[in-house]
Design a protein around this ligand. Sequence first.
Ligand SMILES: [Zn+2]
Ligand SMILES: [Zn+2]
Length: 75
Amino acid sequence: MCTASVCGICQHKSWSGCSNSDPNHIKKIMNTSSKSDWCSCLPFDEDDAVFIDGTSYPPRAGCGYRRASDSSINK
Ligand SMILES: [Zn+2]
Ligand SMILES: [Zn+2]
């Protein structure tokens, strides 16, 4: 089971846990916070990108890098 985590890069909410990132776990964790609190980092690897039901979720904590312009956290 994945757990909520704080991204060390942008200091926003992320997740960590299952090595194979179960979408249901991620969804459950992230949906308890509003999207504006979510980690806005981009995944290092395309394989780490998380898309669930058409929504883009943050990559696992520690698996992302800061967006070029991280002043805006839309999308
Ligand atoms: Zn999990
Ligand atoms: Zn982040």
